[in-house]
Design a protein around this ligand. Structure first.
Ligand SMILES: *Cc1c(COP(=O)(O)O)cnc(C)c1O
Length: 381
């Protein structure tokens, strides 16, 4: 068994694994399951500080993103796609698939979206039905400032679809204050349940826009409207994956009980960046560092595969490389959810110290020592 320190899937707690093995029921005939589903949705809404409904869909994170775009897009709709990373740009495909016209707003991918420049752009160009953006762009470790961007778009009457699959619960999200219309999350990142579920919060404005469509949503599965009356009718549009939802509930309950979760993510991320830079390695980003994943450049003289293979085979730890324009260039450490603990991170850095030494890469300082000494007293082992 490897220790998975990747930016999703993450480690899964025993309470979650146990919950997934509970006896099963028939989710369409047993009304207690409908209540259980709705309670789980309500808990997610409460943790995201929204009065609006959350829907859990049976499918991986990508389904949430596609369902959000499919539900809003009518043929010919103009959509602003904010792009400073791989997932950011990827939204354009979902928009096109459902007949929309994506307009890419492509900016520097080593810094978060600059809100002042975006505002300048919007002054001249704001005729969009909705905009898409990524909260945490996992391949680069980017965190965009959704608290400023979503209200700005709203002032121009533009709805927002936000991908927070890898940031949700590791970064603060106040859905109502931030005026986010459709916010997408997934089970296998900070939430720390296995892959297989996605959840989407739906604002009143998003609901209104979906209800006022002139054409039907061009998908049955990637569709938020099919859940419209599930509670009153006690009938799901398709059979819900019960065991996945039992596991998700246990994971969400763990998050709710974990009062320091946001602070811990921030503390571990800061100490991680410090350890990497003091050792003489380079962070990929210049600014906009997420608290859930850290990305550093592969040093000269070695490849990402050398590092990943030695970590795996000599230390039993899985880290990740990246993909797209970052393939082969960087290493990613996922310190999110169950992975965001000092003991596992110290183990990662202890192993990386040894791996770099074996590979002949000399570091200025020990990653593990700097990591630990950069933590506040109360976090040290
Ligand atoms: C993980 C992730 C998703 C979900 O999709 P994958 O199939 O795991 O790629 C979506 N968006 C972001 C930003 C993610 O990190």
């Amino acid at each position: 068994m490897y220790k998975i320190m990747t930016p999703g899937p993450t480690q899964v707690a025993e309470t979650v694994r146990t919950a997934r093995s509970l006896p099963c029921t028939n989710p369409d005939l047993d009304e207690t399951f409908v209540e259980f589903y709705r309670e789980t949705c309500k808990t997610i809404s409460r943790l995201l500080h929204t009065k609006y409904e959350t829907l859990i869909l049976g499918g991986e994170g990508i389904l949430g993103l596609e369902a959000a775009c499919a539900s809003l897009t009518e043929p010919g709709d103009k959509v602003l796609v904010l792009d400073n990373g791989i997932y950011g740009k990827g939204f354009a495909d979902f928009v096109s698939l459902y007949g929309g016209i994506p307009e890419l707003y492509t900016v520097d991918n080593r810094n978060p979206i600059n809100v002042t420049l975006l505002e300048e752009f919007l002054k001249k160009s704001h005729d969009y039905k909705y905009a898409t953006l990524v909260h945490g762009d996992t391949p680069s470790g980017m965190r965009n400032d959704i608290a400023s961007i979503c209200p700005l778009l709203k002032r121009y009457g533009i709805l927002t679809v936000v991908d927070s699959v890898s940031a949700m619960f590791g970064e603060e999200i106040l859905v109502d204050d931030m005026q986010i219309d459709l916010l997408c999350g997934g089970s296998q990142k900070v939430v720390s349940a296995p892959p297989g579920l996605t959840f989407v919060t739906v604002s009143a404005d998003a609901k209104k826009s979906i209800n006022e469509r002139k054409t039907p949503i061009a998908s049955f599965y990637a569709n938020l409207k099919v859940f419209e009356h599930y509670y009153e009718e006690k009938w799901f549009p398709y059979t819900m994956p019960i065991s996945d939802i039992y596991g998700l509930r246990a994971a969400i309950d763990n998050i709710e009980a974990d009062k320091d979760i946001l602070e811990r993510h921030a503390v571990i991320a800061a100490a991680t960046r410090r350890a990497i830079t003091e050792a003489g390695l380079c962070l990929y980003l210049e600014s906009g560092f997420s608290n859930t994943v850290t990305v550093f450049e592969v040093p000269d003289g070695v490849t990402d595969k050398d590092i990943l293979k030695a970590m795996k085979e000599h230390h039993g730890i899985l880290l990740a490389g990246s993909f797209g324009y970052l393939a082969g260039k960087v290493i990613r450490i996922g310190h999110m959810g169950e992975n965001a603990n000092v003991s596992d991170m110290a183990e990662v850095f202890g192993a990386l110290d040894k791996v770099f030494a074996e590979l002949g890469v000399s570091l200025k300082t020990s990653l593990k020592e700097t990591f630990i000494s950069s933590l506040p007293e109360s976090y040290r082992l």
